[in-house]
Design a protein around this ligand. Structure first.
Ligand code: GLN
Length: 549
């Protein structure tokens, strides 16, 4: 039978429930258990697809086309297994389903209420993944903080499930904060006591307490937390601030989080966790031999979470290349043809980010022009690829007003235009071209060399596409459409000949990079950045020698 672990959060948000959940799942997986993680978000949006990245960070996309919370990205990057629609549920989705059933008459005249109808639906969704018989353990992360009004139905559903399935089949891990008061030089447990009390008042008693802390939790403090919060002393786990999120599974292994969880679930401990590849990755990450600087050009750069998967993919790729990737955030709104050189000339590579709407668009185009003309490795993702096409049409083909119809509906040269199947769509939620699609690569292309194959599958999230009326002109001038969807003929990849590295992808490769499978495109991109750096050094040396002679 599948066992269930719930991860709740107390005291404050942003403690890293997703990372703790992913780390625990990783350790269980490394001991031979099959585990998956799902996230329940208490907000009323049906999914985060319609949310501004400033509100909620990046929208992550699964193979089956779900627009999800960015924590699902962490789950995939840690576990190296894909997630799906079922792995992210919001209050909006739960209510939508229950209300639709009510309209169908499914409740036979009953009054539809939070308890039992909403809680039943939450429980049904918690158990969906368990019912597949694929997983030994399903970890459910409950978004929000204990004490929030909107979290109550979820806590109640956990209470009921614990009661129905028994304590040995349901485990609650509560992640909390132990603040350090500098003036008193003391760690304080009171907020934790209060949040555990609040959880208990709602009928759920945590089995394990994971304590985020800046300072080490000495044993007496652990005992105190155990006593006041009514858990076993070995169930109080220290989670110290880590230098990298990828160090957390190892930290949790040292703290024996996996062992106490398995004991409480009455499961055999199995083998010692097998984390050889993980540790190799960590060593490379922590001890890089060189450093490259990549400019990330976007309009949400002040918010780190907005480009989460891209930043993580660059970390994975850096480790493979044994080099630290320093990301320089460059706000596209403040980039102009006049300052492009000053802002970009010292970069080893340029990545133009995905996005929507016209804010900062000309800055992206200026950055692409500079990277193209100055032979700086360039990688454009989704909107970044579309703007590479616009830049090429304007400055190489000479169509001065070329644009995407997303930004200029009346352009004479719509090199990027709305996909046919998007033309009659009015609703915004879940209606883009979403999820994994096949793409065939030209065997002679750089792309095919990078992937080592010619049929790939990557994830999409867009409404606009490359306009095939311009295919010939692009090809003749050296911008090659080297990747196409085999059934629709949509251009998915463009590649510039005669440039050290200039690739634009309509898809989002960043969604598929994991610790154990770093994405080949990001690996090749960072490698190209390293090469540029070396070439620049050689050129500088050459010039120095010349001046000496
Ligand atoms: N706005 C563009 C489109 O919808 C690009 C989307 C993206 O970058 N994800 O096609």
């Amino acid at each position: 039978m599948t066992k269930y672990i719930f991860v709740t959060g107390g005291v404050t948000s942003s403690l890293g429930k997703g990372i703790i959940a992913a780390s625990l799942a990783k350790l269980l997986q490394a001991r031979g258990y099959s585990a998956t993680i799902q996230k329940f978000d208490p907000y009323i949006n049906v999914d985060p697809g319609t949310l501004n990245p400033y509100e909620h960070g990046e929208c992550y996309v699964t193979d089956d086309g779900a627009e999800t919370d960015l924590d699902l990205g962490h789950y995939e990057r840690f576990l190296n297994t894909p997630t799906s629609q079922a792995n992210n549920v919001t209050t909006g989705r739960v209510y939508q389903y229950v209300i639709n059933r009510e309209r169908e008459g499914a409740f036979l005249g009953k009054t539809v209420q939070v308890i039992p109808h909403i809680t039943d639906e939450i429980k049904r969704r918690i158990r969906l993944l368990g019912n597949e018989n694929k997983y030994d353990v399903v970890i459910t992360e409950l978004g929000g903080t204990v004490g929030d009004i909107e979290s109550l139905p979820y806590i109640e559903a956990v209470r009921q499930l614990k009661w129905e399935l028994g304590n040995e089949n349901c485990l609650v891990v509560h992640l909390t904060l132990i603040p350090y008061l500098k003036a008193a030089k003391e760690l304080k447990t009171k907020p934790t006591q209060h949040s555990v009390k609040m959880l208990s008042e709602n009928g759920v008693h945590p089995d394990i307490i994971v304590c985020r802390t800046e300072e080490p939790l000495y044993n007496d403090l652990k005992k105190k937390i155990a006593l006041f919060c009514n858990v076993r002393p070995e169930a109080v786990i220290e989670a110290r601030d880590a230098d990298t999120i990828y160090g957390v599974p190892i930290e949790m292994m040292v703290e024996k989080l996996d062992i106490i969880a398995l004991k409480l679930l009455e499961l055999p401990l199995g083998n010692e966790p097998e984390l050889i590849k993980w540790k190799e990755f960590l060593t490379k990450l922590r001890y890089p031999k060189t450093k490259v600087t990549v400019g990330l050009i976007g309009k949400y750069v002040e918010l780190q979470d907005a480009y989460k998967s891209i930043l993580e993919s660059l970390i994975h790729a850096g480790a493979v290349n044994e080099c630290k990737v320093e990301v320089r955030n460059i706000h596209s709104e403040y980039l102009t043809p006049e300052n492009a050189a000053e802002k970009l000339q010292n970069l080893d590579a340029v990545l133009v980010a995905p996005g929507f709407g016209s804010r900062g668009i000309e800055g992206k185009i200026d950055a692409i022009r500079y990277a193209r003309e100055e032979n700086i490795p360039f990688f454009g993702i989704c909107l970044g690829m579309q703007m590479a096409a616009v830049e090429f049409a304007r400055n190489v083909l000479g169509h001065k007003d070329a644009h995407s119809t997303e930004m200029n509906a009346d352009t004479q040269h719509p090199v990027i235009h709305l996909m046919d199947e998007q033309k009659d769509i009015l609703h915004k939620g879940g209606t883009m071209r979403l999820g994994a699609y096949e793409c065939t690569l030209d065997p002679a292309s750089r792309m095919a060399g990078i992937y080592g194959k010619t049929l790939i599958q990557e994830r999409h999230r867009h409404r606009y596409e490359f306009n095939n009326d311009y295919l010939d002109a692009f090809e003749k001038s050296g911008m090659l459409p080297v990747g196409k969807n085999p059934s629709s003929g949509l251009v998915e990849v463009i590649e510039l000949t005669g440039h050290p590295f200039f690739i634009g992808t309509q898809f989002h490769p960043e969604y598929k990079s994991t610790v154990e499978n770093p994405h080949p495109l990001f690996v090749a991109f960072v490698k190209a950045a390293k090469q540029r750096q070396e070439t620049k050094k050689e050129e500088a040396n050459y010039e120095k020698n010349l001046s000496h002679n």
